[in-house]
Design a protein around this ligand. Structure first.
Ligand SMILES: Nc1ncnc2c1ncn2[C@@H]1O[C@H](COP(=O)(O)OP(=O)(O)OP(=O)(O)O)[C@@H](O)[C@H]1O
Ligand SMILES: [Mg+2]
Length: 252
């Protein structure tokens, strides 16, 4: 099995706040890795460091056997990133944006047009002639997903990518990610939707207060915690449980 992502002892300090303490994990080819954790746990900060948007305080990131610090451009040509809040050129049309991305990554024109057409059919995108500034949140999300998926990157990073997608588009995204993984890509995805993690992810890392506190397949997490549902495993590990939640509701 080939390790496409290797993250070692990654740390990020923002002044006195340590957002990520010491994170290490690996993702193999063919694998979908789910990254779960409460709000503020450090998921987005971790993903921003791994994708070269944020410089780590310390630690090492290797993608496709390339050190990110030494080879940032080469690494970026191998990855696709769907951030939680994509920054898009509002005064471009969707079509212009996709062709712009395709040209940056030196995509062959015929292949690019074929992929755009297939993905537009899949996500029911019929608004590429409109300016991005006039898109809804879900429309922007579909455009960013298309710009990443059309390239078939070796490693795909997604930060809460199903937020804002309608049910059919979310289902198609899940199926496409499985297909890309089966074809040899590695997928890293954060999500708060435990059902998605449960159904889609081959391995799950649970992060709390900047550290990975549990990692494994769902079966491994179940046998370690003695709990069946990912919701119970998650709540238990992150310091709350069914009884705490019930008490909070009763007190409201
Ligand atoms: N640029 C920044 N400057 C200062 N603190 C930051 C910055 N970015 C993130 N943080 C802090 O780092 C911590 C982790 O934030 P992060 O966005 O990584 O959490 P998250 O796990 O993605 O949360 P969520 O589930 O809400 O998206 C938080 O305490 C946050 O306030
Ligand atoms: Mg986040």
């Amino acid at each position: 099995m080939t390790e496409l992502v290797r993250v070692s002892n990654l740390r990020k300090d923002f002044g006195k706040i340590t957002a990520v303490k010491s994170i290490s994990f690996k993702i193999n080819t063919g694998e979908i890795y789910g990254f779960l954790g409460p709000n503020g746990a450090g998921k987005t900060t971790t993903m921003r460091m791994i994708t070269g948007v944020l410089v780590p305080t310390s630690g090492k990131v290797e993608i496709c056997d390339l050190d990110l610090e030494a080879h940032p451009i080469k690494v970026k040509s191998q990855i696709g990133v769907v951030p939680d809040e994509p920054k898009l050129y509002e005064n471009m049309t969707g079509q212009e944006f996709l062709e712009f991305v395709g040209s940056i990554f030196s995509m062959e024109k015929v292949e690019m047009m074929h992929m755009i057409s297939e993905l537009c059919d899949a996500f029911e995108i019929n608004f590429l002639e409109k300016f991005i500034g006039d898109y809804s949140h879900g429309m922007k999300q579909k455009l960013v997903l298309t710009s990443v998926l059309m390239r078939k990157p070796k490693v795909i990073f997604l930060d809460e990518a199903t937020v804002g997608l309608d049910a059919k588009s979310a289902k198609i995204l899940k199926m496409l990610l499985r297909k890309y993984a089966d074809e040899g890509s590695a997928i890293f995805m954060t999500t708060h939707v435990l059902e998605i993690a449960e159904k889609m992810c081959d391995r799950i890392g649970i992060i709390n207060a900047g550290n990975i506190i549990a990692e494994g397949t769902l079966t491994e997490l179940r046998s370690e915690s003695g709990k069946q549902s990912l919701e119970d495993i998650f709540l238990n590990l992150t310091g709350s449980n069914e009884e705490d939640v019930k008490e909070i509701i009763e007190n409201l």
